[in-house]
Design a protein around this ligand. Structure first.
Ligand code: FPP
Length: 343
């Protein structure tokens, strides 16, 4: 599996760097820091720039329709740019001080630069697709379809994030509401990533739709695992702050499922989440006790099962697309990676 991710990173990093180099100073520096290419003092670094899951999916989707992986590169770069726009803004909104094992960009360069660089990366995500038509990497019609894919996904991602932020202020949400929110904030971009290479290579709508369904359900599985890691993950492995989701009273899937269960632990959890006292400032022991309540009310095991259900639905969508066995095996391997990952 790491080989598939490494290939996505190897093929997409040079054009990603070229896109970032278009930004005016100091935004180019802020972005290079965020991607792990430089340290805060500007010296070259080999930082953790993320798993590069979305580029790997984009390259595979080109291969799914018989094109070389290279045909998916502009798509891989585009989705990675939009993904990193969302991370820069998300860290600021959540007040998170660490990501990928280092200080978040907003804490190093200030909120204004983090906002601007996020905005700029989202815009570059469209530019690189239009470039693909200019350089002849894709036809103008296919580049336009890819632009539609990424802009629609970006809008849905923002919709999902807006729901997530609004849910923090609510005492409870249903599992269905949570799945809708996560389908937006995470599923939409993984759906686009899973089809964008194929679209750039001229795939028909039926193929694109099936690949997007694969990516959407993979995204829901991915987010279910992310929610689990946000509560029970090892912070030294995830590179993210401990208890961040619980401190912010995020209505993640384990929380929504625990609230729906209705037993004694579930009712205690509901009482705590409705109590305005200590909101955002709860101590580690209080948050550890809350994690235990969520587990007692079945939120952890329900979410683990849900990740597997979404994984299964993703694989079923893949069956609708005729493709070479070796490409299918790689899609299956990526899906397995998503549900067993620890970071
Ligand atoms: C508009 C806005 C602010 C939206 C925010 C949306 C958002 C942050 C959704 C969460 C998606 C997610 C699980 C990211 C981690 O991806 P990953 O584990 O693949 O990250 P990596 O690149 O570090 O590996």
């Amino acid at each position: 599996m790491p080989e598939l991710l490494a290939r996505g990173r190897t093929l997409c990093t040079p054009p990603l760097r070229a896109a970032v180099a278009r930004l005016a100073a100091p935004m180019d520096t802020v972005a290079a820091y965020h991607f792990g290419w430089i340290d805060r003092d500007g010296t070259p670094a080999a930082g953790d720039g993320g798993k590069a899951l979305r580029p790997a999916l984009a390259l595979l989707s080109a291969q799914a329709v018989g094109a070389p992986a290279e045909a998916g590169v502009p798509g891989g770069v585009s989705v990675e740019l939009v993904h990193n726009f969302s991370l820069l803004h998300d860290d600021l909104m959540d007040g998170d001080e660490t990501r990928r094992h280092r200080a978040t960009a907003w804490t190093v360069f200030g909120p204004a630069q983090a906002i601007l660089v996020g905005d700029a990366l989202a815009t570059l995500g469209t530019e690189v697709l239009l470039d693909a038509a200019v350089t002849g990497g894709a036809s103008a019609a296919d580049a336009a379809r890819a632009v539609r894919l990424i802009t629609t996904a970006t809008r849905k991602l923002i919709d999902g994030q807006a729901m997530d932020v609004a849910f923090e202020q609510r005492d409870a949400v249903t599992v269905e509401e949570c799945l809708e929110m996560e389908g937006g904030k995470t599923g939409a971009l993984l759906a686009a990533a899973s089809a964008i290479g194929a679209v750039l290579a001229g795939a028909d709508d039926r193929t694109s739709d099936a690949l997007q369904r694969y990516g959407h359900h993979l995204g829901l599985a991915f987010q279910a695992v992310d929610d689990l890691l946000g509560i029970w993950g090892a912070t030294e492995v995830t590179g993210k702050p401990h208890w961040g989701d619980l401190r912010q009273r995020k209505k993640s899937l384990p929380v929504a499922a625990a609230l729906a269960e209705g037993g004694a632990a579930s009712r205690l959890l509901a009482e705590q989440l409705a109590d305005p006292e200590g909101r955002g400032e709860e101590s580690e022991p209080v948050l550890a006790a809350r994690a235990a309540l969520i587990e007692q009310a079945g939120g952890r095991s329900w979410t683990q099962d849900e990740a597997r259900r979404q994984h299964k639905t993703a694989l079923a969508a893949l069956d609708e697309v005729p493709m070479a066995d070796e490409v299918r095996e790689r899609f299956v391997a990526l899906a397995e990676f998503v549900v067993v990952r620890e970071r």
